[in-house]
Design a protein around this ligand. Structure first.
Ligand SMILES: CC(C)(COP(=O)(O)OP(=O)(O)OC[C@H]1O[C@@H](n2cnc3c(N)ncnc32)[C@H](O)[C@@H]1OP(=O)(O)O)[C@@H](O)C(=O)NCCC(=O)NCCSC(=O)C[C@H](O)C(=O)O
Ligand SMILES: [Mg+2]
Length: 302
C-alpha cells in the first residue's frame, strides 16, 4: 500500500491531548463539551469496577443517544470508546454496544496479536459499521511488545481499520515488574519500540498516562519527554493535564519559524534545482524541506 493512499483514507487528526473519562462517571462525562482536549476515550475497562460494568455500558449508550439528538459544538474532536477485552465476560457485548454508538474509534485493551484486531474488525464489518470507525490498540503487555511489528503492519491495510497505538504504562509496569521512576527510564525502550512500530505501520501513537495528576510540573516534563520521543500526543486522566499536553505536543514558535525559513530558502529563485542549502548555518536538504512542510501543515491544522 502506497503512503499517499494511506494518507487519503486516514486524514490527519490532532491527538495531542486524549482524556480518559470513566463511562460510569456521569459528572465527568457532562464536562466533555467544555474541555479543550483533542480527543476523549470513554472507558468501560479499568476505570469501571466489575459490578458497575453493565450500568456503565447503559450510561455510554445514553451519552451517545443524547449527542445524536443534540450535537455539541465544543469539546473533543474525536470520541473513542475503550471496551473490555474480547476474552472477558463483558467484551463481546461492549463491542456490539460500541459499534451502535458510532464513535470515531474503538480502543481495544491488551491487544497481543494481529488476530485481536482482526477479530474486532470482523464484528464491525459484519454489520456495515460506518467507514470512519477506526480501531485503536492498547500496547500494554509483554506479548504485545514481542509482536508489535506484525500488529503495526495492519496499519498499512486500510481494511483493518487500525489507526493508533496507545501505551498502557500502568499495565506494563504491572506485567513486567519494572519500577516506575520519574524519568520512566525502565519503560523508555518499550515506549520507543511503540513509536518505531507505529511509524513503520503509518499510524499514530499516544504516550501513557501520568497517575500523579496533581504534580503538573512533573507532568509538563513527562509531556516534553514524550514529544521528544516522537509520540503524537499523550493520554490523560484529569482535565488539568489538557493545557500542558496541548502545549508540549504542538510545534513551538521556534520550530515554526525555522520551518518557514527552510521553505522560503528552497522557494528562492537562486536556489531552484539545488539539493542542499545552508539555512541559519545548518546543512539543509530536501528531506528537511519535506519535514518542514509537514510541521507547517500540522501547525495549520491545530
Ligand atoms: C483521578 C480521578 C479519580 C480524580 O477525580 P477527582 O478526585 O474528582 O478530581 P478533581 O476533584 O480534581 O476533579 C475536578 C473536576 O474535574 C472533573 N474531572 C475529573 N476527572 C475528569 C475526567 N477524567 N474527565 C472529565 N472530568 C473530570 C471532576 O468531575 C471535577 O468536577 P467538579 O467537581 O465539577 O469541579 C479522576 O480524574 C478520574 O476518574 N480520571 C480518569 C480515570 C480513568 O479513566 N482511568 C482509566 C484510564 S488510565 C489506564 O487505564 C491507562 C492504561 O490502560 C494503563 O495500563 O496505563
Ligand atoms: Mg491498561
Amino acid at each position: 500500500m502506497h503512503e499517499d493512499t494511506i494518507m487519503t483514507t486516514r486524514p490527519f487528526r490532532p491527538r495531542r491531548s486524549v482524556l480518559y473519562v470513566p463511562a460510569s462517571n456521569a459528572k465527568a462525562l457532562s464536562k466533555l463539551p467544555g474541555l479543550a482536549c483533542d480527543a476523549a476515550i470513554i472507558d468501560l475497562e479499568d476505570a469501571v469496577a466489575p459490578d458497575a460494568k453493565p450500568a456503565a455500558r447503559e450510561a455510554l449508550k445514553a451519552f451517545f443517544a443524547e449527542r445524536a439528538k443534540a450535537p455539541q459544538s465544543g469539546g473533543p474532536g474525536e470520541i473513542v470508546i475503550r471496551i473490555n477485552g474480547l476474552s472477558t465476560e463483558w467484551g463481546p457485548e461492549d463491542l456490539i454496544a460500541a459499534r451502535e454508538c458510532r464513535p470515531d474509534a474503538i480502543l481495544l485493551p491488551k491487544v497481543e496479536t494481529p488476530r485481536d484486531i482482526l477479530e474486532a474488525n470482523d464484528t464491525l464489518d459484519d454489520e456495515d459499521a460506518h467507514p470512519g470507525m477506526w480501531l485503536w490498540a492498547m500496547i500494554e503487555t509483554p506479548k504485545a511488545l514481542l509482536n508489535i511489528g506484525a500488529i503495526a503492519e495492519l496499519g498499512r491495510d486500510p481494511g483493518a481499520r487500525l489507526a493508533c497505538f496507545v501505551a498502557g504504562t500502568n499495565d506494563l509496569v504491572k506485567e513486567t515488574g519494572v519500577r516506575m521512576t520519574p524519568d520512566r527510564r525502565h519503560l523508555v525502550p518499550w515506549l520507543m519500540q511503540m513509536v518505531l512500530a507505529a511509524r513503520a505501520g503509518g499510524i499514530d501513537v499516544l504516550d501513557g498516562v501520568a497517575n500523579n495528576f496533581r504534580d503538573l510540573d512533573a507532568f509538563r516534563r513527562e509531556c516534553e519527554d514524550g514529544a521528544g520521543m516522537g509520540f503524537d500526543g499523550k493520554t490523560l486522566i484529569h482535565p488539568d493535564q489538557i493545557g500542558p499536553a496541548n502545549e508540549a505536543f504542538s510545534p513551538s514558535a521556534d520550530e515554526i519559524s525555522q520551518a518557514r525559513a527552510i521553505v522560503s530558502a528552497f522557494a528562492a529563485p537562486e536556489n531552484a534545482g539545488k539539493g542542499v542549502l545552508t539555512v541559519d548555518g545548518r546543512m539543509t536538504e530536501r528531506l528537511h524541506l519535506a519535514q518542514a512542510e509537514k510541521l507547517l501543515a500540522k501547525a495549520g491544522n491545530l
